[in-house]
Design a protein around this ligand. Structure first.
Ligand code: 26V
Length: 824
C-alpha cells in the first residue's frame, strides 16, 4: 500500500511510466498490446489525476480551515477544451510525461489527440468562464465554478455540399477521466405546483410551495489546476437525476412504463447545451436548466456557509456570487426564497444580504439576446419565484426616483416586467437590481451599457456599473498552444511572463533586434506549417505557408460581418484576375465558426463562403495567390492550432455590437496584426499595441449611432458608387458561385439592399479594402511586419485574465488569495 501511495505521487519519468502500466492493466483493463490510443489517453489522464488529488484536497482543506471568503462563478457555460496538456503543463511535468510515453514506444501527441474537446459552451462567454477558472486557481483565489454537466456539448459541425449540418457531440461516450462523481452531493430542485399562504409561529403571513415536481441535482467535480499546481480549485457541474419516487412505489395498468418515461423526461434537464439559438426565449426547458443549476448551486453554497455560521449576517463577507450573464439571474429570487421561506429571514434583511452577495456581468447589448421570460411561463414553472419577483418590483418601484418625479414612462422601463404585449420578466433588470455591482466586459461596452440598456438604472444607481475588460489565460493561449514562441520568449526574458504577463513588455526593445525578428518569424512559420497541415487534412486544400494567413474565427453572426471579409475576398479575386502581371501578395483567407442551427442567414453565409472558396481555389488564373478555406467544427482544440499561426486577425464587427471579443486578444498575443473596427476590446488593444501596429477602419460606434438616428443611409447608393463592391455583389446575385442555383443568395443581397444593410457592410466596405491593402503592402516588408508583430505580443500582457480576475477580486468580490503556508 505504502509503495503504491508513493508511486501515485511521483513526478519523475520512471514513476510515471510505472503508474501508466499499472493504470492500463488494473483500471483500463487492457494490456499494452491491445491498448488503443484512447486507452492510453485514459491511462495517462488517470495517472495525472492521481498527482492532483493530494494538492486538491489540501486546497479545499485550506479554504475550509481559514473559513475564507469564496467566489462562486455561476455560468451556464464552461468551454474548457482538452485538459491533459493543461494539467501536465500546469504541474510542470510535460517533458517527464513525454519521455515516459516515449519509453513505452508511444507518441505523446497521439495520446493528447485522443482526448475529446469539452465543449460545454458556445463561444466567448463560455471560454471566458474557463479562462477565469484558470486565473483564479493560478492566483490562489478561492474560486468555484458552478454549471451544468451537459451530456451533449455544443453540436459537431460538418459540411455537406458546403452546408452546415449538426451532429450530436458525445464527449462523454467513453467516460471522462477528469471528473469525480459525487453521488452523495445531491439537492432537490422543484418545478410547477402552487403556493399556499399560511400564518407562521408569530402570526405573520408566510408562503409554502406545494405539489411541486422534484428533480435531483447530482454533483460532478473536476479539479482546476492553477499554474505550478499549488492551488487546485473545483469546477462543480450538476447532472439531473430522477427522484426515487420513480424507482419504487406500486405500479399497475402500465403505470410502470409511465413512471420510467417520467424518469427519462426529468433527466433531460442536463441532456444538451442550447446552441445560442435565435429562438431560445420561450423555451421552457432552457428556463428550467437555468433554475436547475442555479438552485442546486445556491443550496450548496448555503450548506457550506452554514458549516461555520448559524445566521446569515456574514454571508456577504464569506461568499461572492458572480452571475455570468442573466442565465443564473433567477438566483436573485431563489436566494430570497431560500432565506425568507426556508430560513425565516425577514424580507428587508434578506434583500440586503442578497444584494451584497450577488454581482452581475453583462455580455451583450443586442436586444434579441436579452433574456425576457413570459410571465405566464414563470408563474407556471416557478410560482413562488414569480410572487417574489412581483414583491421585489413593487418595493423598488415604490421607492424609485422616477415615481417621485411622476415619470411613468421611466417607471415602465425600470420595471422588472415588460408590460408591452405578452408580459415578460426582464432578467437583466432583475440581475441589476439584485446585485451590488454590474459590469461590462470592455471600456466601450460599459459606456454603452450606461447610455443604452441600463441608462435608467444607471441614473438610479450611479455607482453600480463598473468596467472589467475581459482577458485570456496565457497558460493555454501562449504557453501550451504556442511552444515555439513561448520557448523563444523564455530564452530572452525568463519564464516569469507565464504568471505575470506584463513582463512581456521587456520584448519591446527586441522588436529592433534583427536576430530576434528572424527567430520570431521562424516560430510563426513553424506554426503556419502546422496549421497548413491541419487545413490539408480537414479540407483537402493546399495552402502556401508564405501567404498572409488572414484569419476570422468566431461564431457566425451577421454583426460579426464574415460577409464583409468575403466580399473583400471576391473583390481581391477579381483584381488578381484583371491584373495577372502584378506580383500579388499571396493571401489565405481562413474562416471557422459555427452558426446557430436555426439561424438561416448565418448558415447561408457559410454556404456562400464555401461556394466562393470552391471557385477561387480551382481558378488557375489567380496562380494560387488566393485561397479560401472554411475549417469545419471550430472548437477550443482547433483554436489552439489556429491562433499561433495567424498573421492577420479579423475583428470587423459593426462598431458598438461586439461587447468585447477575446479571440482578438488570443491572436494579437500570438503576434497577429489586427484589422478591425473600433469595437469592444479592439479599442483598448489599439491603446496598448499602439495605433501604428494595428489596422483600424470603419465607422465608430458613435458614427453608427448617429447614422441610424439620422436614418440617412442608402446602401444602393453606396453600392452604385463603388464598382468593385457592385461587381462582387452582381457576381453573387447572378449565380457565378452557384450556377446550379443562381437565386440561392438572394436573401443575402436582399438584406444588403432593400433590407437596409442593418450591419453596415456596404457602408464600411471601401475603408475595409483600404485597410486590407495597407496590410498587404506591409507584408511585402517582412522586417517591418515582424517588428509590428513583436510589438503586438510585447504589449498584450495587460489582456491576461489574471489581471481581469484580480480586478474582480479587489473591486467586486473582495476576496484575497489563500496561499499554502510555507512549511519549509
Ligand atoms: C446571444 C444571442 C442569442 C439570441 C440570438 C442572438 C444572440 C447574439 C449574441 C448572443 C451572445 C450572448 C452573450 C455572449 O456570448 N456575449 C459574448 O461574451 C464574450 C465574453 O464577454 C464577449 O467577448 C463577446 O464580445 C460577446 O459577444
Amino acid at each position: 500500500y505504502k509503495t503504491r501511495e508513493i508511486e501515485r505521487r511521483s513526478l519523475d519519468v520512471d514513476g510515471l511510466k510505472r503508474s501508466f502500466l499499472e493504470w492500463l492493466v488494473y483500471s483500463v483493463g487492457k494490456d499494452a498490446r491491445a491498448a488503443t490510443r484512447r486507452d492510453w489517453f485514459h491511462t495517462v489522464a488517470l495517472s495525472v489525476r492521481d498527482r492532483l488529488v493530494d494538492r486538491w484536497m489540501d486546497t479545499t482543506r485550506r479554504y475550509y480551515q481559514e473559513d475564507a471568503k469564496r467566489v462562486y462563478y455561476l455560468s451556464l457555460e464552461f468551454l474548457i477544451g482538452r485538459l491533459l496538456t493543461n494539467s501536465l503543463s500546469n504541474l510542470g511535468i510535460m517533458e517527464e510525461c513525454r519521455q515516459a510515453l516515449d519509453r513505452l514506444g508511444l507518441s505523446m501527441d497521439e495520446v493528447i489527440d485522443a482526448e475529446p474537446d469539452a465543449a460545454l459552451g458556445n463561444g466567448g462567454l463560455g471560454r471566458l468562464a474557463a479562462c477565469f477558472l484558470d486565473s483564479m486557481a493560478t492566483q490562489a483565489l478561492p474560486g468555484y465554478g458552478y454549471g451544468i454537466r451537459y451530456e451533449f456539448g455544443l453540436f459537431e459541425q460538418r459540411f455537406e455540399h458546403g452546408w452546415q449540418v449538426e451532429y450530436p457531440e458525445q464527449w462523454l461516450q467513453f467516460g471522462n477521466p477528469w471528473e469525480f462523481p459525487r453521488p452523495e452531493v445531491l439537492y432537490p430542485v422543484q418545478f410547477y405546483g402552487r403556493v399556499e399562504e399560511f400564518r407562521d409561529s408569530v402570526g405573520e403571513k408566510a408562503y409554502r410551495w406545494v405539489d411541486a415536481e422534484r428533480v435531483l441535482a447530482m454533483a460532478y467535480d473536476t479539479p482546476v489546476v492553477g499554474y505550478s499546481g499549488e492551488t487546485i480549485n473545483t469546477l462543480r457541474l450538476w447532472s439531473a437525476r430522477a427522484t426515487r419516487d420513480f424507482n419504487f412505489g406500486h405500479f399497475n395498468d402500465g403505470a410502470y412504463m409511465k413512471a420510467v418515461e417520467q424518469k427519462v423526461l426529468s433527466e433531460n434537464l442536463s441532456r444538451v447545451l442550447y446552441p445560442n439559438d435565435a429562438t431560445e426565449t420561450g423555451k421552457e426547458l432552457r428556463f428550467k436548466q437555468e433554475y436547475f443549476f442555479t438552485s442546486a448551486s445556491l443550496q450548496d453554497i448555503l450548506r457550506r456557509f452554514l458549516q461555520h455560521h448559524n445566521n446569515f449576517d456574514d454571508l456577504p463577507s464569506k461568499a461572492a456570487i458572480q452571475l455570468n450573464d442573466t442565465h443564473p439571474a433567477i438566483g436573485i429570487a431563489e436566494m430570497m426564497r431560500l432565506l425568507v421561506d426556508q430560513h425565516a429571514v425577514r424580507w428587508d434583511r434578506a434583500w440586503d444580504i442578497t444584494r451584497a452577495t450577488f454581482a452581475y456581468t453583462n455580455h451583450t447589448l443586442l436586444p434579441e439576446a436579452l433574456e425576457a421570460w413570459p410571465v405566464r411561463m414563470v408563474e407556471r414553472v416557478l410560482p413562488r419565484h414569480m410572487q417574489i419577483i412581483y414583491e421585489i418590483n413593487a418595493r423598488f418601484l415604490n421607492r424609485s426616483k422616477a415615481r417621485a418625479a411622476g415619470d411613468n414612462a421611466r417607471l415602465a422601463r425600470l420595471s422588472l416586467i415588460d408590460e408591452r404585449g405578452d408580459r415578460r420578466v426582464r432578467m437583466g433588470n432583475l440581475a441589476f437590481l439584485g446585485s451590488h455591482k454590474v459590469n461590462g466586459v470592455s471600456a466601450l461596452h460599459t459606456d454603452l451599457m450606461k447610455q443604452t440598456v441600463f441608462a435608467d438604472f444607471h441614473q438610479e444607481f450611479p455607482d453600480r456599473i463598473t468596467n472589467k475588460t475581459n482577458g485570456i489565460t496565457p497558460r493555454r493561449w501562449l504557453k501550451q498552444a504556442n511552444p515555439a514562441l513561448s520557448e523563444l520568449i523564455t530564452s530572452r526574458i525568463g519564464d516569469g511572463w507565464i504568471h505575470d504577463l506584463g513582463q512581456l513588455t521587456s520584448l519591446v526593445e527586441k522588436a529592433d533586434d534583427v536576430v530576434f525578428r528572424e527567430e520570431f518569424r521562424r516560430a510563426k512559420r513553424k506554426n503556419k506549417k502546422r496549421l497548413a497541415a491541419y487545413i490539408a487534412r480537414q479540407t483537402g486544400v493546399e495552402v502556401q505557408v508564405d501567404s498572409i494567413f488572414d484569419v476570422q474565427v468566431k461564431r457566425m453572426h451577421e454583426y460579426k460581418r464574415q460577409l464583409l471579409n468575403l466580399l473583400h475576398a471576391v473583390a481581391l479575386y477579381n483584381e488578381m484576375r484583371d491584373n495577372p502581371m502584378v506580383s500579388w501578395v499571396p493571401v489565405t483567407k481562413i474562416f471557422a465558426g459555427k452558426a446557430a442551427p436555426s439561424y438561416h442567414m448565418a448558415k447561408l453565409i457559410i454556404k456562400l463562403i464555401n461556394d466562393v472558396a470552391k471557385v477561387v481555389n480551382h481558378d488557375p488564373a489567380v496562380h494560387d495567390n488566393l485561397k479560401i478555406v472554411y475549417l469545419p467544427n471550430y472548437n477550443v482544440t482547433a483554436a489552439e492550432i489556429i491562433m499561433p499561426a495567424a498573421d492577420l486577425s479579423e475583428q470587423i464587427s459593426t462598431a458598438g455590437l461586439e461587447a468585447s471579443g477575446t479571440g482578438n486578444m488570443k491572436l494579437a498575443l500570438n503576434g497577429a496584426l489586427t484589422i478591425g473596427t473600433l469595437d469592444g476590446a479592439n479599442v483598448e488593444i489599439r491603446e496598448h499595441v499602439g495605433s501604428d501596429n494595428i489596422f483600424i477602419f470603419g465607422l465608430t460606434a458613435e458614427e453608427v449611432a448617429d447614422l441610424k438616428a439620422g436614418g440617412g443611409f442608402n446602401p444602393r447608393e453606396v453600392i452604385a458608387s463603388n464598382p468593385s463592391l457592385k461587381r462582387a455583389l452582381d457576381m453573387i446575385s447572378t449565380g457565378v458561385f452557384s450556377p446550379e442555383d443562381p437565386n440561392r443568395y438572394h436573401p443575402i443581397l436582399q438584406a444588403l439592399t432593400d433590407g437596409g444593410d442593418h450591419f453596415l457592410v456596404t457602408a464600411d466596405f471601401a475603408d475595409y479594402c483600404r485597410a486590407q491593402e495597407a496590410a498587404m503592402e506591409l507584408y511585402r516588408d517582412p522586417e517591418e511586419w515582424t517588428r509590428k508583430a513583436i510589438l503586438n505580443t510585447a504589449n498584450m500582457g495587460w489582456f491576461s485574465s489574471d489581471r481581469t480576475v484580480n480586478e474582480y477580486a479587489q473591486e467586486i468580490w473582495e476576496v484575497k488569495p489563500v496561499r499554502a503556508v510555507d512549511d519549509g
